[in-house]
Design a protein around this ligand. Structure first.
Ligand SMILES: [Zn+2]
Length: 205
């Protein structure tokens, strides 16, 4: 692409770095922003600067939050004895949208993936083990995407959690293998949480 302005080119290049945004789309978005009032563009830019500077991760469950402990962890309405383990904040949002889960979460921050060089120590697994060690947990639900990385992580977590003698369940496989939790529709995801099964039973199938 030949640009008439270096400023324009730089802006387009920044947008092109975003996932799924090609140069043509980036140019369209940049030109759109350029036509906005200065105040609106300032607000657009400042929102992301503020996001990056001020966002926190809950010190208990590692979910993204505006506070050092998230609103789910501090809510008196949530069942603190049930922990649902998920890959990232998108899964928390997907499960919250089902309206079928009232426990708390633990966000791993990814899945074990030897191919990508992601091992257990790269994830917030020690934090989960620490919560188990602290006691008072009656069930751990492993709600991970039904793909290779999800299964590897399930297996690893199950081994780590076994010693606590707390039921470890996994969400029912209403979700097709190879899929991702965030793409499951709310009804399917909601149902798969309600009909969760002990991990060992799920693996024998
Ligand atoms: Zn939290």
């Amino acid at each position: 692409m030949n640009f008439s302005s270096k400023l324009l080119e730089d802006a387009v290049n920044e947008f092109s770095k975003l996932p799924g945004v090609g140069q043509k789309t980036a140019l369209r978005l940049v030109l759109h922003l350029l036509n906005k009032e200065q105040e609106e563009v300032n607000q657009f830019g400042n929102t992301f600067i503020k996001l990056k500077q001020q966002i926190k991760h809950c010190s208990t469950c590692h979910n993204i939050s505006d506070y050092s402990i998230c609103e789910i962890c501090t809510s008196h309405k949530r069942d603190k004895e049930t922990i649902c383990v998920v890959e990232d904040t998108r899964d928390v949002m997907a499960i919250e949208n089902t309206g079928q889960y009232f426990g708390v979460y633990h966000v791993l921050g990814g899945l074990i993936s030897p191919m990508d060089g992601v091992g257990p120590s790269d994830l917030f697994i020690d934090g989960l083990v620490a919560r188990m060690t602290a006691g008072g947990i009656k069930e751990v639900i492993l709600a991970l995407s039904p793909n290779m990385e999800g299964d590897t992580t399930l297996f690893y977590l199950y081994k780590r959690l076994k010693e606590f003698n707390v039921p470890v369940t996994t969400i029912a496989r209403g979700i097709a293998f190879g899929g991702e939790l965030e793409y499951a529709d709310e009804i399917t995801l909601g149902r798969s949480i309600i009909t969760r099964v002990p991990y060992e039973t799920a693996m024998m199938k």
